[in-house]
Design a binder for this molecule. Structure first.
Ligand code: ADP
Ligand code: MG
Length: 327
């Protein structure tokens, strides 16, 4: 039997919201072996993200055990968990979580800086990671000068720059058009062929087919777990990348959705997010990708990295809502 890189045993998760209890996971057990590519599939609300956050030590289960490379992580303190994450786990999110004012290269270097890698060495590793996703020619571009697919590839480069044994992706194609989504899955398949273990969460059966094992969730339980013949997603040569035109001068490009707004606009006409990105927002994004606790902008109470609502004041922890709260 190959070594299991990730093992979950009897995981349950109950969220308490006032008097209500939400049973997000009802006893999940799963073993993932080195070199596997697994899709976790199921409808919205069935517990996929909760599962991935627990598997990735971004949150703790209500009961059950998580083993990473054979070692139980429950007894570790938050700071130790952050180190484990930084060393063994890479994360990819639906909304890329890139720092809007930093170049692709600097974005990819964030986990290395946190790990204390010297800048020069970090730069080499980041360039290598960007080359692995076909973006070496775009390393000095900022997120608003990149297409959605390219942004997600920067996020993938950031996820692999530490050479983690496991890459966890939560709806990595969810914000992309079909062609870019296919391309992102092609890159994940390529990384898997190079030996990385990959776990992809998706509600889309067409996306799930790119893995060789599909685990289906329903209402917090596993209802199917089987090996499948995977569909190959071709990786397009990098030179076929559509050139993303630089935004017209003066336009304010929304860091959340990429929409070009009038120069005077304060909020995005497309998605409503604030166009003035405060340093606090970058700090939040940074803490999230590193898996560190995030302070609530209203009451200052520390929350888990991807909390939806503050455990102190109950306010939304959505980054765009946060910016508006800070204003
Ligand atoms: P999926 O990713 O499959 O859409 P989630 O794991 O996000 O599912 O959610 C599973 C269930 O847990 C849902 O009913 C959701 O509303 C609830 N849930 C998730 N996160 C929280 C939270 N922080 N607080 C309260 N309920 C939550
Ligand atoms: Mg989800």
């Amino acid at each position: 039997m190959r070594q299991s890189v990730l093992e979950l045993m009897g995981i349950t998760k109950v969220y308490t919201m006032g008097d209500n209890q939400v049973h997000a996971l009802r006893g999940i057990s799963m073993r993932i072996e080195e070199g596997e590519m697994v899709s976790i599939m199921g409808p919205s609300g069935c517990g996929k993200s909760t599962f991935l956050q627990i598997a990735g030590c971004l949150d703790r289960p209500t009961s059950g055990q998580v083993l990473i490379n054979g070692a139980e992580v429950a007894s570790l303190k938050d700071e130790q968990l952050a180190k484990i994450r930084n060393r063994y786990l890479g994360f990819i999110f639906q909304s890329f979580n890139l720092l809007p004012h930093e170049t692709a290269l600097d974005n990819v270097m964030v986990p290395l800086q946190y790990a204390g890698v010297p800048r020069k060495k970090g730069e080499e590793a980041a360039k290598e990671a960007l080359a692995a996703v076909g973006l070496e020619k775009r390393m000095h571009h900022r997120p608003n000068e990149l297409s959605g697919g390219q942004r997600q590839r920067v996020a993938i480069a950031r996820a692999i720059v530490n050479r983690p044994s496991i890459v966890l992706a939560d709806e990595p194609t969810g914000a992309l058009d079909q062609a870019s989504g296919k391309e992102v899955m092609g890159i994940l398949q390529k990384l898997n062929a190079e030996g990385r273990t990959i776990v992809v969460v998706t509600h889309d059966a067409n996306v799930a087919r790119y893995a060789q094992r599909i685990v289906e969730f329903c209402d917090g339980s596993i209802i199917r777990d089987e090996a499948v013949a995977r569909v190959e997603a071709p990786v397009r040569p990098a030179e076929m990348d559509a050139r993303v035109p630089a935004p017209p001068p003066g336009q304010k490009v929304c860091a959340r959705c990429g929409y070009g707004n009038r120069p005077q606009a304060r909020f995005c006409a497309n998605c409503g997010a604030s166009l003035e990105l405060r340093p606090e927002l970058s700090e939040t994004i940074m803490r999230r990708i590193l898996g560190l606790q995030v302070p609530c902008p209203r009451c200052g109470v520390s929350n888990r990295p991807f909390a939806r609502f503050c455990i102190g004041c109950g306010g939304s922890m959505d980054p765009s809502a946060m910016v508006q709260a800070i204003r």
